[in-house]
Design a protein around this ligand. Structure first.
Ligand SMILES: Cc1cc2nc3c(=O)[nH]c(=O)nc-3n(C[C@H](O)[C@H](O)[C@H](O)COP(=O)(O)OP(=O)(O)OC[C@H]3O[C@@H](n4cnc5c(N)ncnc54)[C@H](O)[C@@H]3O)c2cc1C
Ligand SMILES: NC(=O)c1ccc[n+]([C@@H]2O[C@H](COP(=O)([O-])OP(=O)(O)OC[C@H]3O[C@@H](n4cnc5c(N)ncnc54)[C@H](O)[C@@H]3O)[C@@H](O)[C@H]2O)c1
Length: 477
């Protein structure tokens, strides 16, 4: 049988958040596109990442609210959790979104989809299950995999990762979670609220990349729900738990140990470029991922890399989607692009949520020194937060010369609230625009207006000059 040879404008490897966005955008703008996917269409986000994690958190939230109505004068009977039914909700959420990412939809758009594993055969050729693709441009969008640390005993001990935990049909009675980052804490709260005992063991600081003042509010809330979060505890060994209960035993460097029915390893993710034969195409990569320049080109100028597979870029679905847009501009329209992450937001979807755009206070202080102004607005000052009993929260705004450079929010709806600051920072708006905005009352959105207003209040309310002008005008009648 002779080999099939395809010669599209664009060949995209990986049909996850990044690859799907490039393929659909490019084909709808008239490019011929081949999209190659070895696993499930939709990649990590749809199948083992964002969607199942947010669906499981939603199930946990339902259980929590059912049990927490007494302060509103609402009580029901004892709350019963059917863990398998919660997993049915997770599966239903994936199934509802899957058609949007499906082979059928993409072929309907005109993309040639190959369900196969891709590897480079040379600088301008990729092969996939007997098909050779010689494209004008290639995009590597192969994502990342859970990174499993070399802890003695871990490889031999059954453990879960984000790729397997959503498949559990029975609730773990006692879940140990290694790693207090986004995955560890989202999974901790979802499982705790669905009735599991949960301990999180973190080598450093939980939510360690976030502002400690904001992280502390989220961590206090999680601890108050009964989640044990142990910080500064680096795992030293893993093995079977004591008979007869068995399970898993995890020991940390200072000698303490915990036993659990299950262990989730959530210690970060590693770019997935194995088997791509990058050397054949002259593409440099290391443990951080495929090396890219500011225009997302690899060391082979025909080839771009985006998303979790690319080194040094924020590893989120919205980040991969935004990079896809840049690649389309560069590859199809030959316009110069720069992957500048100044206005890249992030959110951790625990309750309360924690969201940020721009640097943390410490990072901004290192860059701007004394020019940095820090404005804090507690959620307790929001009438809406009081009405809803959601006063645990803080908005922290970082300002330099009258413009916002960063915002961090912990509290209800933080992931939604960060949108305004993402726009303001991205568009380099002045704070006056946000201070002058009319926010509906009572909304949490008023917190943003109030933060911007706080920048002006000393200049308005404590200024002798303003007082003199007002008195003068009053005398003039
Ligand atoms: C538990 C969890 C929760 C998350 N929650 C969020 C969230 O709430 N918000 C958010 O923004 N991000 C979240 N993320 C991160 C998000 O899922 C990733 O950043 C995003 O999926 C990266 O997209 P990508 O296109 O780079 O890779 P992926 O979506 O992983 O897609 C890569 C695809 O490439 C395929 N592939 C790999 N190698 C080959 C090959 N050689 N040939 C053919 N195909 C190949 C893979 O099978 C895969 O389908 C979460 C991640 C996890 C694990
Ligand atoms: N809401 C979201 O946007 C969201 C949710 C989940 C995942 N994600 C993406 O997935 C990525 C991976 O998430 P993650 O939580 O696995 O990684 P992470 O890097 O955010 O956190 C991993 C944590 O594990 C700790 N750790 C590492 N080795 C350890 C050891 N031996 N013992 C104890 N602790 C150890 C680290 O100190 C770190 O705090 C995130 O960075 C993010 O890009 C995003």
């Amino acid at each position: 049988m002779s080999e099939r040879i395809l010669t599209p404008d664009l060949c995209v490897i990986g049909a996850g958040s990044g690859g799907l966005s490039v393929a659909s955008g490019a084909v709808q703008m008239g490019a011929s596109v081949v999209l190659i996917e070895a696993g499930e269409m939709g990649g990590d986000c749809l199948n083992t990442g964002c969607v199942p994690s947010k669906a499981l958190l939603a199930a946990g939230k339902a259980a929590h609210h059912a049990a927490a109505g007494a302060r509103f004068g609402v009580t029901a009977g004892p709350v019963a959790v059917d863990f398998a039914a919660a997993k049915d909700h997770v599966a239903a959420a994936i199934a509802a979104i899957a058609p949007h990412d499906s082979v059928e939809r993409f072929e309907g758009l005109g993309v040639t989809v190959l369900k196969a594993f891709a590897r480079f055969e040379g600088p301008d050729e990729v092969s996939a299950d007997g098909t050779r693709i010689r494209a004008r441009r290639f995009v590597i969008a192969t994502g990342a995999k859970p990174a499993i640390p070399p802890i003695p005993g871990l490889a031999e001990t059954p453990h879960l990762t984000s790729e397997t935990i959503f498949g559990l049909r029975e609730a773990p009675s006692r879940l140990l979670i290694l790693g207090g980052g986004a995955i560890g804490l989202e999974m901790a709260q979802a499982h705790r609220r669905l009735g599991c005992e949960v301990t999180v063991i973190e080598a450093d600081r939980a939510l360690g990349r976030e502002d400690p003042e904001l992280a502390a509010i989220a961590l206090d809330a999680l601890r108050a729900e009964g989640i044990e979060i142990v910080e500064g505890a680096r795992a030293a060994s893993v093995g079977a738990g004591p008979a007869p209960s068995g399970g898993v035993r995890l020991a940390v460097e200072d000698g303490r140990s915990w036993t659990g029915s299950h262990l989730l390893v959530a210690t970060g993710r590693a770019p997935d470029v194995s088997g791509l034969n990058l050397e054949a195409a002259g593409i440099a990569a290391d443990r951080a991922g495929v090396k890219v320049d500011a225009g997302l080109r690899t060391t082979n100028r025909r080839v771009y890399a985006i998303g979790d597979a690319a080194a040094g870029l924020p590893a989120f679905t919205h980040s991969a989607g935004w990079q896809a847009g840049l690649v389309i501009r560069s590859a199809l329209f030959r316009l110069p692009v720069t992957a500048e992450t100044r206005a890249m937001p992030m959110a951790v979807y625990t309750d309360p949520e924690l969201a940020r755009v721009g640097p943390t206070e410490a990072e901004a202080r290192a860059t701007h020194g004394d020019r940095l102004e820090v404005i804090r607005v507690p959620f307790a000052g929001s009438d809406r937060a009081v009405a809803e009993g959601a006063t645990a929260g803080l908005l922290k705004l970082l300002v330099v010369k009258g413009r916002p450079v960063g915002a961090g929010i912990v509290g209800a709806q933080a992931g939604e609230l960060i949108g305004l600051w993402t726009l303001a920072i991205g568009a380099k708006m002045k704070l006056g625009a946000v201070a002058g905005m009319i926010a509906p009352y009572p909304t949490l959105g008023e917190l943003s207006k109030r933060a911007a207003g706080q920048h002006f209040s000393p200049r308005l309310f404590e200024s002798p000059m303003v007082r003199r002008v007002v008195r003068l005008l009053a005398r003039l009648g």
